[in-house]
Structures are given as structure tokens and as C-alpha cells.
Design a protein around this ligand. Structure first.
Ligand SMILES: Cc1cc2nc3c(=O)[nH]c(=O)nc-3n(C[C@H](O)[C@H](O)[C@H](O)COP(=O)(O)OP(=O)(O)OC[C@H]3O[C@@H](n4cnc5c(N)ncnc54)[C@H](O)[C@@H]3O)c2cc1C
Length: 284
């Protein structure tokens, strides 16, 4: 059994930044990803760990200037119970409800899901489709990174090693709809085979605008499907438009075969899930 790395527990953000600046340290929030990965079987064990459990600055759910603001340590259970989340971003509540099961939802955090940057992270397509901004900070100051710029490569993010994720800010403009679907092997404890979030504003006879389609588990990172978004922009999703959008999506995605699924399955299912979302949205 390899030795456990020492854990440091800063009492506030100032101390946390100091410790991160002192040298590489792996943050630990709920630990549901970290604890699985520090056994030594999946790579080197970190030299130091930084326990975020006393950083109250990373907690809380609020509405601020038209955005839903979630502290990085917000758990899935808190998201599910939050009246703000239920009212302003029910798709995130739906996503939270599909993650692991009760134990994981009680400990796992949205900041951990973002920093872990798994292509199968279930909240990530919702954040992409909602144009979320991620607030990060360290001794050099704070900065906001668009979710669209955060996931740079397989499990690589725009976060620097001496920075923490502080908050996620999710705009919730009036008139925007956002839908979420996850396809997994079971209803709980299932890693996604395909996970999708679709956002749009309905302009009536002028059709849909600000269409965002984001997917997980179909590429090395969570991705936006921009050609498919373009096929839906400025039109109403009639059955013909939905056929075209589904076909565009199947052509646009370049998923891989892996232990959970084949590339072909992911392509076909993504197209069908999109078609179904469009049909449900328009009621035909
Ligand atoms: C049984 C099981 C089932 C699961 N099911 C799902 C599922 O259905 N869907 C899904 O998406 N995920 C699932 N997960 C993965 C995991 O629960 C989520 O990714 C969760 O959100 C991680 O949050 P955490 O707080 O536990 O992160 P941790 O394990 O504490 O940390 C994860 C990573 O993020 C970093 N980190 C954490 N917080 C911060 C921060 N504030 N700033 C900077 N870096 C930070 C850590 O250093 C680490 O690299 C599952 C895990 C398990 C063990």
C-alpha cells in the first residue's frame, strides 16, 4: 500500500493561495474523483494535497445580476435542493440527479466536476450550452474563463496549477430554454455514453436564436456542435429541420470506440436524442 500524501487544510482563501504558490498541491473537495485516482495505480501519487473543506468562500448558491452563481464546493445534493437552481436552471438539477447516486451527490461538487474535466462529466454540457463563466483565483489575482475556453484537451484545462476554481456564473436570460439528456447503462451509477444539453431562445415566427448544442462522451473534451447549431439557428425545428439537424450532428461528431460504447452507437444515439429533444420542444 503506497503512503498517503500529506493533507494541508487552509482556513481561508488567502492561506490556500499561499500554499498553492509554495509548490504543486492537489486540491481535494468532495474527493469522489481524487480518492479513486490516488491509489498509485492510475499515475503518480501527489506529494501534497490541499483540503478545501474549510474554504467557506467556495460555498453558496445565489442569483446575481441575472446569473446563477454557484460556489465551487456546491454539491449535487445542494443543487437538487436549491430553489434558485430549480427555478432558473432546472436542466442543471436534472444533470445533478443523474450523477452517481446519493452518496456521490452528497460529496461530489460542481467545481470538482469542472476541474476533473472528464469528457463524460455530466454538468459540463449544461455549462457549455448555458455560456457559463468560470471564476478562478490564486495569488496572482482572479480571472473569469468562459466554459467554452476552459476544456483545452483530454483532461486538460485552462486552470493554472496555482489556481483554484472559485465560482461558476451561469447567465439565465429570460426566454431561454435549456434541455438536458444523459444516456447511460443504468439510471444511477452510470458513466455517460452520450450526454447532451440544448439551449435556445424562441423568437416565434422568426424561429430559434442563440442555439447552443453541447455534448459529452463523444470527444476528448466536452464539445459544442457548431455546424448543428447553425442548422437550427433562425429557423423553427419542423420535422424536416430536425431531420437535417440530426444528420448534421451525426456527420459532425467524431466519437471513439471505448469500453462503454462504440463510436457508431454514440453517433446514432446523439442524432436520435437531438431529434427527440426538438420534437418535444415543438410538440409535433
Ligand atoms: C461511484 C462514482 C460515480 C460517479 N458518477 C458520476 C456521474 O454519473 N457523472 C459525473 O459527471 N461524474 C461522476 N463521478 C465523478 C465525480 O463524482 C464528479 O466528477 C464530482 O463532481 C467530483 O467532485 P469532487 O468534489 O468529489 O472532486 P474531487 O475528487 O475532490 O476533485 C476532482 C478534481 O478536481 C480538482 N478540484 C476539486 N475542486 C477544485 C477547485 N475548487 N479548484 C481547483 N481544482 C479543484 C481536484 O484536484 C481533482 O483534480 C462519479 C464518481 C464515482 C466515484
Amino acid at each position: 500500500m503506497p503512503a498517503e500524501p500529506p493533507i494541508e487544510t487552509p482556513r481561508n482563501l488567502f492561506e490556500a493561495y499561499e500554499r498553492l504558490a509554495a509548490g504543486p498541491a492537489r486540491p481535494i473537495a468532495g474527493g469522489t474523483d481524487v480518492m479513486v485516482s490516488i491509489t498509485g495505480e492510475l499515475g503518480p501519487i501527489p506529494d501534497r494535497m490541499l483540503d478545501l473543506s474549510r474554504l467557506d468562500e467556495l460555498r453558496g448558491i445565489a442569483m446575481e445580476q441575472g446569473s446563477l452563481v454557484l460556489g465551487a464546493r456546491t454539491t449535487y445534493t445542494e443543487i437538487r435542493r436549491s430553489t434558485h437552481c430549480r427555478e432558473y436552471l432546472p436542466a442543471l438539477v436534472e444533470a445533478a440527479a443523474t450523477i452517481g447516486a446519493a452518496q456521490i451527490q452528497n460529496r461530489g461538487t460542481i467545481g470538482g466536476n469542472i476541474a476533473n474535466a472528464s469528457p463524460a462529466g455530466d454538468t459540463l454540457p449544461v455549462l457549455l450550452a448555458a455560456d457559463a463563466m468560470i471564476l478562478v483565483g490564486g495569488q496572482r489575482g482572479e480571472r473569469e474563463i468562459a466554459a467554452a475556453d476552459f476544456f483545452v484537451d483530454y483532461r486538460k484545462t485552462a486552470l493554472a496549477p496555482d489556481e483554484l476554481i472559485l465560482q461558476v456564473r451561469i447567465p439565465v436570460p429570460a426566454g431561454r430554454s435549456l434541455r438536458f439528456r444523459k444516456v447511460g447503462t443504468r439510471r444511477a451509477q452510470a458513466i455517460s455514453k452520450v450526454v447532451m444539453a440544448l439551449a435556445w431562445r424562441d423568437l416565434g415566427t422568426a424561429g430559434w436564436s442563440d442555439v447552443r448544442l453541447a455534448l459529452g462522451s463523444v470527444a476528448a473534451t466536452p464539445v459544442r456542435a457548431k455546424a448543428t447549431e447553425a442548422a437550427l439557428e433562425g429557423v423553427r425545428p419542423t420535422p424536416e429541420v430536425a431531420d437535417l439537424a440530426a444528420e448534421t450532428l451525426a456527420g459532425e461528431l467524431k466519437p471513439i470506440d471505448d469500453v462503454r460504447s462504440t463510436a457508431e452507437y454514440r453517433r446514432v444515439v446523439s442524432a436520435r436524442v437531438l431529434h427527440r429533444l426538438l420534437r418535444d420542444a415543438e410538440g409535433w
